[in-house]
Design a binder for this molecule. Structure first.
Ligand SMILES: [Fe+2]
Length: 167
């Protein structure tokens, strides 16, 4: 008989969205945010809590026009992000039956948010003309992030980044 390790408990999207809304309402992001035209700027936010027994990790990000994440996952963490200034486009993979996978974009404007599960793959880009700012939460804490390159047949693993070493 084999006993498998129990997976880390997942925080429900509803609870994660609630944590995110509280941060959006309370974090003085205007006083903290910085912009970097060369690289995306980011700084940790003290989420300061466990929710449903899971530690939440939060980040403040800024995006100069044209800055993008590249296609990536979140290593098994669920997440949510809210745009607080400007706009961001999120591209996600869609694979209709019988068709090759393709990327499909949706635009989030200031005050809009997106909640996603632990297997979510996406790319986020500031395709607007103005700088954008967003707040992100993840649970459990991010440990790895796999980056993908886009091929004619869909996403292909490029690299795996690790917390503490790559960000
Ligand atoms: Fe992401």
């Amino acid at each position: 008989m084999t006993i498998n390790a129990l997976p880390a408990p997942a925080l429900s999207g509803l609870r994660l969205g609630t944590v995110l809304q509280r941060l959006v309402a309370t974090v003085d992001w205007r006083a903290r945010v910085q912009y970097d035209v060369d690289d995306r700027w980011y700084a940790p936010i003290d989420a300061g809590e466990f929710v449903d027994g899971v530690q939440v990790e939060a980040w403040l990000l800024s995006w100069w026009p044209g800055q993008r994440t590249g296609l990536h996952d979140h290593g098994g963490s669920a997440g949510a992000f809210a745009v607080v200034r400007g706009r961001l486009r999120e591209d996600t993979v869609h694979a209709p039956a019988g068709e090759l996978p393709r990327l499909r974009g949706r635009t989030l404007h200031a005050s809009e948010q997106r909640v996603f599960g632990p297997r979510h793959l996406h790319e986020v880009v500031n395709d607007g003309a103005e700088p954008a700012v967003s707040i992100h939460v993840y649970a459990p804490r991010l440990t790895t992030m796999t980056r993908y390159r886009w091929t004619d047949y869909g996403p292909e693993v490029a690299t795996v980044e690790k917390a503490g070493a790559d960000w």
